[in-house]
Ligand binder design. Structure first.
Ligand code: G3P
Ligand code: MG
Length: 422
């Protein structure tokens, strides 16, 4: 990767800038590296320029996904500089509303993998749609799709079965319901495969009284309810990890993503509630601020680790000391970034600029443009043409979707950034 500009990492500290790379459409098309991706990551690794991978993908545990990515891209990666869609859900294990000991339903491309991810995170009671179907096949009158896997464990509690067909008055008393399974929260970890089974069970839960499958509360979704219906009836909270309507896979045209499942469920909910209610849910992932704040914390911790490695004088530090062109900005202070202006904020040991390289204006570009750093770093959005967006196809690059630069691919993005830093 011979850039006509070098950078100096004086063997003392990483530069004051860093990168955040989206994966699908920037580095990979599913499992095929995009030209330049390996070269770029190897260059940044060799010169100790910190970067994180920030993806709306999910469905595998971080350690498994990072192992896969290292093999596919041919560069050493670690969970220290990797954030995927559901990684921030770990934070729901802490605090007064902790879900650690609650019962949560998870779904995605592989039920058992989703369960294993959440158990490893620390959630104690994790249920899948397969568990529920195995406990009561009548809940879904069709045969689940071929990817259906028999559950690895029985439900922690039996399902409530109304003696009569459920009616609005068939809401048993709390004491009657106590022995039965109550789902407290629902998580979509990546793109569900069995939309039919999942939407049936999710709809049952959202219409239930307090998360007890088999009960029915007409109040849920009723127009009369204030828009916080689930708090009134204790419905399970619904969490999506990714809002992407489209993403860039191996097919030449963008593919439907988890956002499509969310839109389908929201449309179904409007019908099922007689047009009364918008589906109440929480969605994380790019472009949402919580994910960018989480990602910046991961990047800052990772950058400190790069610093520790350098200062510890490991072999990597020796290789990282280079005499090529200097960025100058950090040492001289105030030198512009190519736009002739003052260097924005930062300088010194702090991280001043994060270059967010993405292919989707609605997640990568909007998220970086809208992110307000807790440490004063400026996130600069760079759009590549190897993914969802193409000239003449996709979101208009205006307002929140307007990137600082549009370049051909990830290599051109890094070169643009290095020139801007030079
Ligand atoms: O399912 C993954 C897709 O929604 C987008 O992934 O890496 O482009 O954020 P990524
Ligand atoms: Mg992408």
């Amino acid at each position: 990767f011979q850039s006509d500009l070098g950078v100096v990492t004086e063997g003392r500290e990483p530069p004051a800038f860093a990168f955040a790379f989206d994966i699908d459409g920037v580095l990979l098309h599913v499992s095929k590296p995009i030209p330049g991706a390996t070269e770029v990551l190897q260059f940044l690794h060799d010169y100790n320029i910190p970067f994180i991978l920030l993806t709306n993908g999910g469905g595998k545990h971080e350690t498994e996904r990072v192992r896969d990515l290292s093999e596919k891209l041919g560069v050493p990666l670690s969970t220290d500089n990797f954030v995927q869609s559901h990684t921030p859900f770990r934070e729901l294990l802490e605090g007064p509303d902790s879900l650690r000991d609650k019962t949560v339903l998870v779904t995605g491309s592989d039920y058992e993998k989703c369960r294993a991810i959440f158990k490893e995170y620390g959630f104690q009671n994790v249920v899948t749609p397969a568990d529920i179907y195995a406990a009561d096949p009548t809940i879904f009158p069709f045969q689940p799709v071929s990817t259906f896997t028999a559950p690895s464990q029985p439900l922690p509690k039996p399902l409530y079965h109304p003696s009569t067909s459920p009616t609005t008055s068939s809401v048993p008393s709390p004491s009657e319901l106590a022995p039965y399974l109550k789902i407290d929260a629902i998580f979509i970890l990546n793109d569900p495969r069995d939309w039919a089974l999942d939407t049936q069970i999710l709809t049952d839960l959202l219409l239930s009284h307090g998360g007890y499958l088999g009960t029915y509360s007409a109040r849920n979704g009723a127009a009369a309810l204030p828009n916080r219906g689930w708090q009134r009836d204790g419905q399970p909270r619904l969490y999506f990890s990714n809002a992407d309507l489209l993403w860039s896979a191996a097919h030449p045209l963008p593919r439907l993503g988890q956002g499509a499942f969310q839109a389908a469920l929201a449309g179904l909910w409007r019908r099922v509630t007689g047009g009364a209610a918008e589906l109440e849910r929480t969605c994380i992932g790019k472009p949402f601020g919580g994910t960018y704040r989480f990602a910046e914390r991961v990047l800052t911790r990772h950058r400190s680790e790069v610093l520790r490695r350098l200062v510890a004088g490991t072999a990597a530090a020796a290789a990282a000391t280079t005499t090529t062109t200097t960025t100058g900005r950090r040492r001289e202070g105030g030198k512009g970034k190519g736009e002739g202006g003052e260097a924005a904020g930062g300088g010194g040991d702090g991280l001043t600029t994060v270059y967010m390289v993405g292919d989707n204006p609605e997640s990568d570009i909007a998220g970086a443009n809208g992110h307000v750093s807790e440490d004063g770093a400026e996130w600069v959005s760079v759009l590549v043409k190897t993914g969802v967006w193409r000239e003449g196809r996709g979101t208009k690059l205006e307002g929140e979707f307007k990137p600082r630069a549009v370049v051909d691919d990830v290599k051109a993005a890094v070169e643009w950034a290095l020139r801007r830093e030079g």
